[in-house]
Design a protein around this ligand. Structure first.
Ligand code: SF4
Length: 431
């Protein structure tokens, strides 16, 4: 275990830049879900895609229980379960995989994109899913594209599943010519309703060419090139951002679109890149921003002055801490995140007041800090929530913040409600 930095050093005045901000780094036992979890929201988004996990019964159970009720006539994910013969090297796993894919496609000829999703077991036996994807792509082209990525839980956290999936999708985008007009790409899986709201606002601002990544259908991936500007909708998409940059696309740095302020700054980054006059920007943004402020006001009394402690889980922690501190007056005590990409969250860090920023986890030490701080609210993974509740603390499951529509002006009130609800429940139970 390595602990770099010291808590005492973190109480100093705010540093000059986010890069100078001390970070408590820990490596030890972690309590997080694996990247397979991302399938739960990805399969709803890309409607003609299918996610085939190559894993164990444990992986199948995780996906089935996390995805809950299947609302589609036909499922969009499944697990090719590796049996003991596969794991012991007694069977030709590639042949088995081809057979499973044949069966799947015979039954589901409507699938246009197949993701082969690696897991801990497939990585442990070093099953080369990239070669399998190439082989199957050749066999089924042009009707089907086969792509692979890893959802394994070895040294990763659950939101990295989406990052790995989207990074694997970047090479599928057509090349935009160097003289193509500027276009905006919004990167990160968003509910359709949020996408529609964003599209309307970009259009009202005067940004007509807007695409979303991932798209709703696999054949609708927008061309990418040097005139592509992209806005990340989620702070955990570092690998995807790098892949986009390697295709010539340029990231528009911004805080993430959580809350009235966050959403305003996010849209402003695009408006500035498009040279949109500030008075026009203010005219377009004022109505939804005021609506969002009014929605937040309803929760301010419940949340103002309350302390909050984030355990590392979703990688959204710095963005959410900024939102809670700036827009609802909460007091972050510790903002833990599995990985801290200072490039992506620099503007969030600038706006988080005197909290400990920690990266990685040594769960026992962090629990000790949390117990000592006795925060009003703990944001953590499912595995820690029940034990902490049993100790009398009030918790919020961080995974819910990824599953729920929380981006943009019209969801600002819902996002605040997710934090206010556990506190209201605690007050009711006390009466
Ligand atoms: S990928 Fe690994 S961590 Fe995730 S369910 Fe399968 S075995 Fe467990």
């Amino acid at each position: 275990m390595t602990v770099l930095g010291a808590l005492s050093s973190l109480a100093r005045p705010a540093p000059a830049t986010p890069r100078d901000r001390p970070v408590l780094r820990e490596r030890g036992q972690r309590e997080v879900f694996c990247g397979l979890t991302g399938i739960v929201w990805l399969h709803r988004k890309i409607q003609d895609a299918f996610f085939l996990v190559v894993g164990s019964r444990t992986c199948a159970h995780l996906i089935q229980s996390a995805a809950g009720v299947m609302v589609f006539a036909e499922p969009r994910f499944a697990t090719a379960i590796m049996e003991e013969r596969d794991l012991a090297g007694l069977a030709d796993t590639n042949e088995e995989l081809d057979r499973v894919v044949d069966q799947l496609l015979a039954r589901r000829p409507d699938i246009r994109m197949l993701f082969l999703v690696g897991s801990c077991p497939s990585e442990v036996i070093k099953l080369d899913l990239s070669r399998a994807a190439q082989r199957l792509s050749t066999r089924y082209a042009p009707a089907l594209r086969v792509i692979n990525y890893s959802g394994s839980g070895i040294e990763t956290t659950f939101t990295q599943g989406e990052d790995a999936c989207l990074a694997a999708l970047v090479p599928e985008a057509p090349q935009a010519p160097a003289n193509a007009p500027p276009s905006l790409l919004v990167v990160g899986t968003l509910p359709d309703i949020v996408e529609d709201q964003f599209r309307r606002l970009f259009s009202a601002l005067g940004i007509a060419s807007v695409d979303f990544f991932p798209p709703r259908r696999s054949g609708e991936i927008a061309p990418i090139g040097p005139n592509t500007r992209f806005l990340l909708a989620q702070p955990f998409l570092g690998d995807t951002a790098q892949r986009l940059a390697s295709r010539g696309a340029k990231r528009l740095p911004a805080v993430f679109p959580f809350g009235a302020e966050g959403s305003t700054a996010w849209f402003k980054a695009a408006a500035d890149a498009w040279g949109i006059a500030d008075d026009h920007f203010q005219r377009v943004i004022a109505p939804p921003r005021d609506r969002a402020r009014r929605a937040l006001e309803r929760y301010r009394t419940a949340l103002q002055g309350k302390s909050v402690f984030f355990f590392p889980d979703s990688q959204m922690e710095p963005s959410l801490a900024r939102f809670l501190a700036r827009e609802l007056g909460m007091r972050p005590i510790e903002v833990g995140t599995p990985y801290l990409n200072k490039d992506l969250v620099a503007r969030e860090l600038e706006q988080i007041p005197e909290a400990v920023i920690s990266e990685g986890q040594d769960v026992d030490r962090q629990l000790e800090r949390c117990r000592a701080a006795r925060p009003d609210l703990v944001v953590c993974g499912l595995g820690l929530a029940n034990p902490l509740e049993a100790e009398g603390m009030t918790t919020k499951w961080s995974i819910e913040l990824v599953f729920s529509p929380v981006h943009g002006f019209d969801q600002a009130g819902d996002l605040a409600a997710l934090f206010a609800r556990p506190l209201a429940r605690r007050d009711l139970l006390r009466v």
